[in-house]
Design a protein around this ligand. Sequence first.
Ligand code: PEP
Length: 254
Amino acid sequence: MFLNQKKIILGNWKMNQNLDQVRSFFEELETFGDISQGICPQAPYLSILENIRPKIGNFLVGSQNISSEASGAFTGETSIQTLSDFSSNFTLVGHSERRQLFHENDELLIKKINLSMEHGVGVVFCIGETLEQRESNRVNEVLSAQLTNVLPKVQNLKPELTCIAYEPVWAIGTGKTATAKQAVEAHRMVKSIISNSLPAKFSKTPILYGGSVKPSNAQELLENPEISGALIGGASLKASDFNEISRIAANIQA
Ligand code: PEP
């Protein structure tokens, strides 16, 4: 799913979009053969996406979250089995909002990724430093801990189901984007941490950038070969913006 070397443009809708907005987004959505695209809606909409999503292999549907438990007495949670029944190709794991607001720790993230691998569901594993960590020159240390405390401990981590999203916390939903230079530096760090901590078969793991990506900054970020694509929050809510970023990625890819 993630190893085809195409740019990957993913939208994380968070707790946004009502039913009408979901439908009109998919009416306006444009797909591009040269890239992979995907959307993570709120979980209940996954069921209608089965009918209205583009039925092409390079369009992915994702969950924003999964339970760390397979089934049972966990009121309010959604299981990986349910999500994959509704054609979720992948799930986000470790998004900074989950880490900060819901106190998700490494142990929980390992359990979620284990379940995803067991069910053949891809994982976009999100990592990133806070502003304070960046200003105290701890980016490499933070990214290294976030990656090595989790990925090498997953049972049967599969390269084709693994994708990383580097999302500096200070750039998420703030309108502040990392400069292309900052993003490329961080992506190189991630690549080197992966090569030192995971088997060689993970050397082509895609690394997406996330943090206030929009049509006006997509070109300067995505044109760098280190940046395999984008995880987009706010700008993925409007089909015209998502289409424009996708078009930029497709032109770079072509
Ligand atoms: C995100 O939520 O993953 C994200 C990158 O959001 P935004 O694009 O709004 O900064």
